[in-house]
Every structure is written in C-alpha cells, then in structure tokens.
Design a protein around this ligand. Structure first.
Ligand SMILES: [Zn+2]
Ligand SMILES: [Zn+2]
Length: 310
C-alpha cells in the first residue's frame, strides 16, 4: 500500500475526532462534484482543500476532515481521521459509529470511472482498516441506509461485487511502459493521469491531429515530464493588456494543458502580454478543477498557477 500519513500531507498528526473501538465495516464514498484527472503532485493539495472545506462547514461542525481515508486515482491512500477514530461522513451519529468512511477522489462529472489503480488503493484501505482498525467484514456505500447517490453507480457496482482487487493489481498503467486506452479516455486526460506531457504522448505514438485513439489501443508511455513548477510571480504579473515574462511561462502551461480555445483567429500563441484570450483560457483551466471552479475569474493566483504548470 502506498500510504501518506496525516503529517505528511499537512494535517496535525492525530485527529481530534472521538475514539472508535471497532466498526461493523467500511463505507465507500466519492466526491459527488466535478473532478478532473490530475497529476499526482496535485493530489495532496486537493486533500488539504477538502479538509479546509470541512473545517469551514459550520452546519456540520466538523472537528477534522470527515473521512477515515481518501484514495486518489493513482492508488495512493491518504490517511484521514485514521484508525479508531469516528468518521463524520456517513450521514448521522449512528452511521458514523457503525462504519469507517473511505472516499475515492472520483467525481460525478469529469473523472467518473474509477481507474484500476484507484480500485487497488481502495482495496488497500479496506484491508488496512480490517487489519489495524478492528473493522468487520461488512462493506457498502454511503447510499446504504442513507439517501444519497454516493459513491456513484460505477464505484457502487464494484463495492457490491465485494471490492475485488483488479486482476493486474492496478499497476498496469505504470508497468511495461504501455497504457491500454479505456472507453471515454482522451489524450489530455491520459497524459495528466500518467504525469506526462500530452504532446510527448502523441509524439512517441505517432499521433497527429485530431489525435484519434480507440478503446483497447496500446499507447507507449513517454518519459515523465518531470517539470518543476516555477515560483508564483505574484498577482501583479497578470494585468489585462500588460506584459510580464511570467505570462510566457503561463502560456506554455495553457498550451501544454490544451486550454487554448480562445484566440485571435490564428491559434493561441505564447507571448508576454496578458490578453483577454489569456484570461479566458485561464478561466477554462480553472473551470476544469473542482476547487478553482468556485471562482473562474481567469486571473492566476498561486493555486491556479500550480495547477496550470504541473
Ligand atoms: Zn458519501
Ligand atoms: Zn494521486
């Protein structure tokens, strides 16, 4: 199991939640919001943003992130409240005392089909809670005994089958340098999931516009892009109609990510001027992220900067 302890993603080492001696079992959740496939380097930011939004939720009065654990599309398990702590996500006090709550970073739009790596990570989390958290064999979804769509039909179908570990162990995306295209995949999403530059992915596979791929096709995985995100230059770098060297860097990220539909008629080109086209393309990027879409104003702040350049 690839496991990130609370301290390692920026939460206090021990959750202040109440003690839970044992549990009937484990309930699986999803985000139930728009969520976009992203590079793993952004997953801990996302987990932190969930904790912040839970702590800010006055109505629920959460003392901590509500989940026992969270699992990203790359199969990494982030410790939430952890073992022997009562979760806060199952709907009411009785339900929270009954079962642990494990949340998949899976959306109700965008990334809606759980990748094999995610299923393997969820299976890891279930096994961990049974082993170290005194969880019983019961397994279900948030919707069991509570009126909600959570964890979505696709993930729930897998839970109902007993949460089987994927046959390939969920590692196929990284092994052998080959990725097998799944229904609904498109190039930019695969590239973000594999943490590679989508143009490299197109190039090593001989793909040209319109970059058609089909389910079952095997794509060679290029070397990871290994990009370092340059420091945020400050909001003063992005003033409509003004030039700043950081705009060139921003444009490179927009072009890499495919956020280029607004342009003057000759395609979107990089350059030092922050134009209305730049602003609208940045807004598109913001709208593709569940956190940033709250305020898609098209002006990069530190989080937008990191999202576009990762
Ligand atoms: Zn839920
Ligand atoms: Zn991840």
């Amino acid at each position: 199991m690839r496991f990130v302890e609370r301290e390692d993603w920026g939460a206090p080492a021990t959750s202040p939640a109440s003690y839970l001696p044992s549990a009937r079992g484990v309930k699986i959740h999803y985000l139930g919001t728009a969520y976009t496939s992203r590079a793993h380097s952004l997953c801990d930011d996302y987990v932190r943003s969930i904790r912040a939004s839970h702590l800010a939720n006055v109505r629920e009065n959460y003392v901590d992130i509500a989940y026992t654990a969270l699992v990203c599309e790359h199969g990494v398990v982030f410790e939430g409240r952890g073992t022997h702590k009562r979760p806060g996500a199952n709907g009411n006090a009785d339900l929270n005392s009954a079962d642990y709550a494990v949340c998949a970073l899976l959306g109700s739009s965008g990334l809606v089909a759980p990748p094999d790596a995610m299923l393997a990570g969820l299976r890891d989390a279930i096994d961990w809670l049974r082993r170290d958290g005194d969880a019983g064999d019961w397994l279900g979804g948030h919707r069991d005994g509570y009126a909600t769509e959570c964890p979505g039909d696709q993930l729930y179908a897998w839970v109902r089958k007993g949460a089987p570990r994927p046959a390939d162990g969920g590692q196929e995306e990284a092994e052998g340098g080959v990725y097998r295209v799944k229904p609904g995949d498109y190039l930019a999403v695969i590239a973000r999931r594999l943490d590679v530059d989508w143009r490299d992915l197109a190039r090593v596979n001989g793909l040209r516009e319109p970059y058609t791929i089909y389910p079952g096709q095997e794509l060679r995985i290029p070397e990871p892009a290994g990009r370092e995100v340059p420091p945020f230059p400050g909001e003063g770098a992005f003033v409509l109609g003004r030039s700043h060297p950081a705009v060139v860097t921003l444009d490179e990220g927009l072009i890499r990510g495919g956020w280029t539909r607004h342009h003057d008629g000759n395609g979107y080109q990089k350059g030092p001027r922050f134009t209305e086209y730049t602003r609208r393309n940045v807004a598109d990027a913001q709208r593709s992220d569940a956190v940033l879409r709250e305020d898609p104003d098209g002006y990069p702040g530190p989080l937008t900067w990191k999202f576009i350049l990762s």
